[in-house]
Each structure stands twice: as C-alpha cells, then as structure tokens.
Design a protein around this ligand. Structure first.
Ligand code: GLA
Length: 359
C-alpha cells in the first residue's frame, strides 16, 4: 500500500499572473489531502473519498468527458499520465482531506498532486516536480475543463516549512524564500468567507482571454514581455477593459517583487501595504472580488491589520491578512461582527503558516 499526501496553498501575492508569464509568491498550507493506494491487476481505479457517499470507478483508458465531479480530478491525472506515455496501474484508492473545497485554497491541486504522487510511486516513475505540476495542470485544463495556470500545483509540490515560493512563470523556476512573520510578532490570518466559487464557469476564462488579447494587440506572446516598459506600454490598447486587466497583471508583478524585498527586511508594514494595493487592483482593475470579500478585507484593516487581500482565483473564497499578533483576536472579532451585521454568514478565522509540500 502506498500513502501520499499533498497540501493546499495560500497565494500570498501575485494573482492571475501565472498564465501571463509573471511572478507569484505562494505558501503551502498545513491542510492536506491524503491518498492511500493499493495497486492490483485491474484495468480500473476505484476511488472512495471521505467527502462522497459512493465510490467512483475510473477505466485506465479514460478520456475527457467520461467522468465528472470530484472524480474528474483523479481521472484527469490517470488520463494525463497515460497521454504523456506513462503506464499506471489500476487498484483501489481512498482519499481524505482537510483542505476546504472552493475556498481558493487549491483543494483541486492538492487532490491532483496527492493522486499523482501515489500513482507515479506505484508505477516507479521518476518525474521531476515541474513535470508533475504540468501533468496536474493538464488534468485540470484538458480533463476537468478549467483553464488554470501552474500556480496551484507548483505550490503544493514545492512547499517548504517557513518559506514562501517565489515563482517566475516565464521560465517556470521556483525560489524558496524565508517567510516566518510569527518570528516578527506578525500573524498571517486566514478569513474564509464561506462564499464558494468554481473556476469552470466563465469568469476566470474571460480574464485569461482579456490578458491574451491585450498581449496579442501589443504584438507579444505574453504580458510579461512588456513588463520592463511599465503600464505606459498599455496606452496602445483599444479596449479599456482589456487595458485594466493588463494593468492589474503588470502592477501585480511589481508588487510580488516588492513584497519579497519587504519580507527580506522584515518590514511587515510595507508588506501589509502591498496586500492592500493588490486587493484594490483585483477589485478595481481585474474585477474579481465581491462586496462580501471586500467587506472582510476592509474590516480587517480597519481593526488594525497591516494589510489584507483576497487570495486565489476570485469571486469568493478567502482573504488573508497580516496582523500584529496581539491584535489577532480583535481583528477576528471585528471581521465576524462586520460580516454578520451585513447579513453574510460568519467567516471562519484561523492562523496559517508555511508548511511542507507533497510527499
Ligand atoms: C486559480 C488558478 C491558478 C491562478 C489563480 C489566480 O487558483 O488555479 O492557476 O491563476 O487562480 O492567481
């Protein structure tokens, strides 16, 4: 029997930059998805999840469209491995997880990476982590049908205790960088709105299409290719919406590098200010926040957070805040009060930190 697990992630900063060849800075979370796998000679994989009543049986020669729902992430990994030329065994698999679903914490990448690790261990495959991330991404893009980038899989695979991962998506390199705000008396607070999102719907794809149109209109393959020219490069764009979307991406890339520099100097006030400007950019330029999410971020800052921003793909999910440790209870209480007063469900508040990657 093989056991394998992979974590969810929080993206500290750098949202919707991955598919634009930009920068992001995620951490892996302590919450993980665990897989146990008993291989056998069957030509199917039977999967039982602690979150579903009935098992899903996946033919090893599955193809996109055959399995839907949570099982599609598992089937997608089987398909992507086989389609890349790797034989995988059948057998029975059980899955359990404490990564919340639809919160922007990458429950899907945690599932893909845990399944991939178990299957490739059973098959004796030696895949490096970049290749594993690409297989997870193919499962999600081509089997599940969500046109997401590489951020989530890389975060889950490369996570390191007390480190954030500076990812450069142009050449797909991952640079672990120390991130331990607790040692400086600052807590990273996770505020889960409970508002659920799905990336298979059109909004994520529409943002991606806007960015690709903007790049094409400027005659470059990716928005990263005009990064050195700054936002002035965008004055040539005709569509004001595409221009705003692209402006978010270029300014967000700068904020990632500024955030890394602020953390290196243990300047969490500056890091917090970058959270705030990132949130404003997602709200005004990229238009992926919601009133509910804005209220959480604003009330955290009003109660003393150094900064707060939505994390993940958008349209719900979680806000993260950097909070002086002595203010964490006050900030949590203030956010709960503001959000329930406005008629939304009470958010779940927890402390998070950078944890280990898949293994
Ligand atoms: C989702 C996607 C990622 C990334 C983020 C936004 O999590 O899966 O690839 O695009 O949204 O930063």
């Amino acid at each position: 029997m093989i056991t394998y697990s992979a974590p969810g992630r929080v993206n500290l900063i750098g949202e919707h930059t991955d598919y634009n060849g930009g920068f992001a800075l995620p951490i892996a979370l302590p919450q993980r998805t665990h897989v146990t796998f008993t291989p056998d000679d069957a030509d199917t994989l039977t999967v039982l999840s602690d979150r579903a009543d009935t098992p899903v049986t996946i033919a090893l020669d599955t193809s996109p469209g055959r399995i839907h729902g949570w099982g599609a992430y598992v089937a997608g990994v089987v398909w992507a491995l086989r389609d890349s030329g790797f034989a995988v065994p059948g057998g029975s698999m059980t899955i359990s997880s404490d990564v919340p679903i639809g919160s922007g914490l990458s429950s899907s990448a945690a599932l893909e990476c845990a399944v991939l690790g178990a299957l490739s261990t059973a098959a004796g495959l030696q895949l490096d982590r970049i290749d594993q991330a690409r297989i997870g991404q193919r499962a999600e893009n081509d089997y599940v049908g969500a046109p997401t980038g590489l951020l989530d899989q890389l975060s889950s695979l490369f996570g390191e205790v007390s480190h954030a991962l500076l990812i450069d998506f142009r050449d797909v390199t991952v640079h672990p960088t120390p991130f331990d705000p607790d040692a400086s008396g600052v807590t990273l607070l996770l505020l889960d709105s409970g508002q659920r999102h799905g990336h298979v719907d059109g909004e994520y794809a529409a943002r991606r299409a806007s960015c690709e149109r903007a790049a094409a209109e400027m005659g470059v393959a990716s928005l990263r290719d005009v990064q050195h020219r700054g936002v002035e490069a965008l004055s040539a764009l005709h569509d004001p919406v595409d221009a705003r979307r692209a402006r978010h991406v270029l300014t967000e890339n700068d904020r990632v590098l500024d955030f890394v520099a602020a953390c290196a100097e243990l300047d969490f006030a500056a890091a917090g200010a970058l959270f705030n400007s990132s949130h404003a950019s997602m709200r005004d330029d990229f238009e992926i926040t919601t009133e509910h999410i804005d209220l959480i971020a604003d009330s955290a800052v009003a109660a003393g957070a150094l900064g707060a921003r939505m994390t993940g793909g958008g349209f719900g999910g979680c806000v993260i805040a950097l909070v002086p440790t002595q203010l964490t209870l006050k900030v949590g209480d203030a956010v709960r009060a503001a959000v329930t007063d406005a008629g939304y469900a009470e958010p779940e508040v927890s402390r998070v930190y950078a944890a280990a990657g898949a293994g």
